[in-house]
Structure formats: structure tokens, C-alpha cells
Design a protein around this ligand. Structure first.
Ligand code: CS2
Length: 487
């Protein structure tokens, strides 16, 4: 028998304890979120819903899908309801979420988005657009105004409906907001980058400064006074949803959810306490507001995400599919513990204890209920690796500290940048820099030359000049090529 589709009318068929804790019809769109992926739905949306429930304040989310209208349309067909299943090791717990009150495709809904971004009632914008959505130059961190999508948006900046990048939209939205009265607003990056607030603030300001708007200086002056870009750390492991997850959600709910998400039970959100206007009381659901997120941010990026990437490339070389599979090898746990120990001296004081953090990672990564594909984590390596490994590597090498685990990890990444005859990356990962990385292997180059060029492609000319590092990474390649992991 086919189950009815999940929507407001069908909610009465869902067991009562699995329904949203708030009535979505009582929420208003006061947050605009860019990036309608599974991570947002499992993280910020859950915090927002619980905060609305506990405070009685009507914080709802208008969620924007930047690239295609497809997910937004599917969500609209369900009255923006979807389920979130927590993958506990022994059992799963499913609940319908009602935090999202509007789902919009960025281009088709340009007029509505413009109205939301200028509305005084909307005081928070959040983003999960991944590292590549920021269009930063690898060498300087400035907005890459030569990137085709940014160049096109700068040329089209007078017409929001023509914009295709989130950075362009935010800049145009802020400009429209100041023209409409200029209520203060906070723009919150929830992507895995060090100092993500400053990174976002910079690229948005760079866009405004390069836009063909006569009032661009007035927009920049208003931004300096009335727009905040706090830094944040978001944490929750959210693997891509599978058909089996879809069926399990249907079995739990009794209705068909086309867009269920699954995630580990653990979640964390640490935010810099620097908002320009009203914000949801996310602390009621456990979010931490702190004066300086730096120590938490670097710990999470370098230990959790750093280990994730290392597991992704080493696991792929060893023929493994998921993080839990890699952890079940003889070397998985050793890799996590030894990478955490190697990187720990680079972490500022004031964050979590690295040894305890490593214990937690071993447990979280080993959760057999979470099928987190190594391919998913290994994708976009050219943007993730600089954040996760390279600054730690620089700090350690500047202090003449040995870096064997980071060298192994870099070699595993390098090994995974080789292209197949079909032109794709060897282990099925994707990366906007894949063709450029692949070219580093051409013409039977000497392995050290290849490693130097690969590091250059990451914008790390300084590390490419480090002969000791390049030699050590190149020396690791033959074993990896043969699928041998030697830690
Ligand atoms: C992962 C992250 O895909 C990846 O690169 O390392 O998405 C990771 O699962 C999250 O940051 C965990 O909070």
C-alpha cells in the first residue's frame, strides 16, 4: 500500500510524539538560510525549532536553494515538513521538523527573496554553502572577481533575478536593505573555515566594492555599522540520505517523506556573541555564545575535519567505503589518535582537551549506524585541505617539529587526485580543481615535481618550496598506490 505524502494535512497520521514540537503555521520567516542541504536541515533548523518551542518566539526559516529549485519544490510539496532521524548505535529516533516555513529556489524566487532580505523582521541570515561557495582566491583570501560566476554576477548586479552566486545575492540583498531603511542584520557563516565570519565579511565587502552601484560606498559604510559577521563552529555528522533511510523514515512515520535527513546524535554549535540585531535564543537548545570562537574552531577543523579528510583518502586507497569501515581497519583508530596528537601543539589554549576530543572522535567515527561515504568527505579536497591541514603543517614545520602523519595524509590526498581515463578523480570524488590537479600528474613527471605542483594548486607556494616536506610526501606515494597504509 502506498503511504500518503508527508504534509500538514497528513501530520495527524504521524504518531504524536514524532510530530514537530511547534506548529509551523505559528512561525514567521525571521531567518533567511542559504543552502538547503541535509546539513542545514539536521543542524541549524533543529536548533531553531527547539529554541522557538522553548521560548515561544516565532522564529521560522525561509530556506533558499542556491543552485536548483528541485529540492525547494519537493519541500514545498510537503508544506516544508521533513523528518530527521538520529542514528544512535543501538536504535534510531525519528521526528518531523517544522522549522522551515518557506523553501525557495534562489533565481525563480528572486522577488520574494528581495522582499525577505529587506524586511526589518528578518534579522539573521545563515549560510551552509560549503567552502567553494565563497569564491575566495587561494593565495590572498580576497573575493576572486575573475571567477566566471562572480564576474558574471558583478556584471549583472543591477538585477537580482540574474544573480547566481550566494555572495552576489547577499551583497545585493544588503544594498537593497540599506536603501529600504537599513535595519541591522547578522550574517552567519556555518561553513567549515577558520575565522568563517571574517572570511564571509571580506568576500561580501569585496563584492560590494566591485559592484557597479553608485551608492556602493554608502552600502559599505552602513555595513560597517549595522551588519555583523560572527564566526561560528557547526558540528554534526550528516551522511547523504539513502533509499534505506527513506524507507525507514516511512516505516516510523506512517507517511512518505521524500526528503528525510539522517544524522549522528551528537551536535554542537558555538557562535561568536556579536550579533547586530535580534537573534533566536539558540542557547535554549544548547548552542554556546562565546566572545572568541577561535580555540573551538581550530580544534574542530584540525581534529575532526582534519581526521575526516585523512580517513577519506587513506580509506579510499585501502578500498574502504565509509568512515566506519575505515575505523574498523587495523589502522583507523591509530590514524585518528596519531593525527590528533601531532596537531595538538598547534591549537590555541582555551578549547577542548585534544586527547579527550580524540576519544570522542573514535567513538563518533566508529558509529556503525552512520554510513558516511569517504567519497563525500574526500570531495572538494582542494578547498578543504588548506583549512584542515596546511596551517597546522606550517606551524609545526616552522618549529622544526616532525610531521609524519600530515605527510602521510597529504600523500593520500595527492594519490586521490589522479584522474581515470574517463577524466574523473580516481576514487569517485569531485573537485572544481580536478582538471588542474590531474594535470600535475601528466607526462610521467617525477613524483616530487608532481607534489610541488599539487601544493602550488592549493595556493601553498611556501610548502611547495619545502624540499623536506615534498620529498617525504613523494616517498609515501608508492605504498599508497599499492593500497598499503603504513602509519
Ligand atoms: C566532513 C564534514 O564532508 C566533510 O568534509 O568532514 O561535513 C563533517 O562531517 C562535519 O563538519 C561534521 O561536523
Amino acid at each position: 500500500m502506498t503511504a500518503p505524502a508527508l504534509n500538514l494535512a497528513a501530520l495527524s497520521r504521524v504518531p504524536e510524539h514524532l510530530r514537530p514540537p511547534v506548529d509551523p503555521r505559528e512561525l514567521r520567516p525571521r531567518i533567511v538560510h542559504f543552502g538547503l542541504g541535509a546539513f542545514h536541515r539536521a543542524h541549524q533548523a533543529r536548533y531553531t525549532e527547539n529554541a522557538a518551542c522553548r521560548s515561544g518566539e516565532p522564529w521560522g526559516i525561509a530556506a533558499v536553494a542556491p543552485r536548483s529549485d528541485e529540492t525547494a519544490a519537493e519541500l514545498r510539496a510537503q508544506d516544508c515538513l521533513y523528518s530527521l532521524t538520529e542514528l544512535r548505535p543501538a536504535r534510531t529516533v525519528t521526528r518531523v521538523s517544522g522549522a522551515i516555513v518557506e523553501a525557495l529556489g534562489m533565481r525563480p524566487a528572486a522577488a520574494r527573496l528581495d522582499a525577505l532580505l529587506t524586511a526589518p523582521d528578518v534579522s539573521v541570515l545563515t549560510l551552509t554553502i560549503t567552502e567553494k561557495g565563497y569564491h575566495r582566491r587561494a593565495d590572498t583570501g580576497a573575493l576572486d572577481t575573475a571567477a566566471p560566476a562572480i564576474a558574471a554576477d558583478l556584471a549583472a548586479a543591477a538585477d537580482p533575478a540574474a544573480l547566481t552566486t550566494v555572495i552576489g545575492w547577499i551583497a545585493a540583498g544588503l544594498a537593497a536593505r540599506v536603501r529600504a531603511g537599513g535595519a541591522p542584520v547578522t550574517v552567519v557563516s556555518c561553513d567549515n573555515m577558520a575565522a568563517n565570519g571574517a572570511v564571509l565579511g571580506r568576500v561580501v565587502r569585496d563584492f560590494v566594492a566591485a559592484a557597479p552601484w553608485p551608492d556602493r560606498q554608502a552600502v559599505l559604510d552602513w555595513m560597517a555599522a549595522s551588519v555583523a559577521f560572527p564566526s561560528t563552529i557547526v558540528d554534526r555528522i550528516v551522511p547523504a540520505t539513502t533509499e534505506a533511510d527513506r524507507q525507514a523514515a516511512r516505516a516510523a512515520l506512517g507517511v512518505h517523506d521524500a526528503l528525510p535527513v539522517v544524522g549522528e546524535p551528537y551536535r554542537q554549535w558555538v557562535l561568536e556573541d556579536a550579533f547586530a540585531g535580534p537573534r533566536p535564543p539558540w542557547q535554549l537548545d544548547g548552542a554556546l555564545f562565546v566572545p572568541d570562537v577561535g580555540p573551538y574552531q581550530l580544534t574542530k577543523l584540525r581534529l575532526l575535519n582534519g581526521c575526516h579528510s585523512a580517513l577519506a583518502y587513506l580509506g579510499a586507497a585501502a578500498g574502504r567505503t565509509t568512515v566506519a569501515d575505515a575505523m574498523a581497519t587495523g589502522w583507523g583508530e591509530r590514524l585518528v589518535r596519531s593525527l590528533c596528537a601531532e596537531v595538538a601543539p598547534t591549537l590555541p589554549a582555551g578549547g577542548p582537551d585534544p586527547a579527550g576530543y580524540a576519544d570522542d572522535l573514535v567513538e563518533r567515527f566508529g558509529n556503525p549506524g552512520v554510513r558516511h561515504l569517504l567519497r563525500q568527505i574526500g570531495s572538494d579536497g582542494s578547498l578543504k585541505i588548506p583549512e584542515r591541514w596546511l596551517d597546522a603543517l606550517r606551524t609545526l614545520r616552522a618549529g622544526s617539529t616532525a610531521t609524519p602523519v600530515l605527510e602521510l595524509a597529504l600523500a593520500a590526498w595527492a594519490n586521490a587526485t589522479r584522474l581515470t581515463d574517463g577524466g574523473g578523480q580516481l576514487f569517485g570524488t569531485t573537485d572544481p580543481a580536478a582538471p588542474a590537479l590531474g594535470r600535475c600528474w601528466q607526462d610521467g613527471r617525477d613524483p616530487e615535481d608532481t607534489v610541488r605542483r599539487l601544493l602550488g594548486t592549493l595556493g601553498a607556494a611556501d610548502l611547495a618550496d619545502d624540499a623536506g616536506l615534498v620529498g617525504a610526501v613523494a616517498a609515501r606515494l608508492p605504498a599508497l598506490r599499492a593500497g598499503r597504509i603504513e602509519i
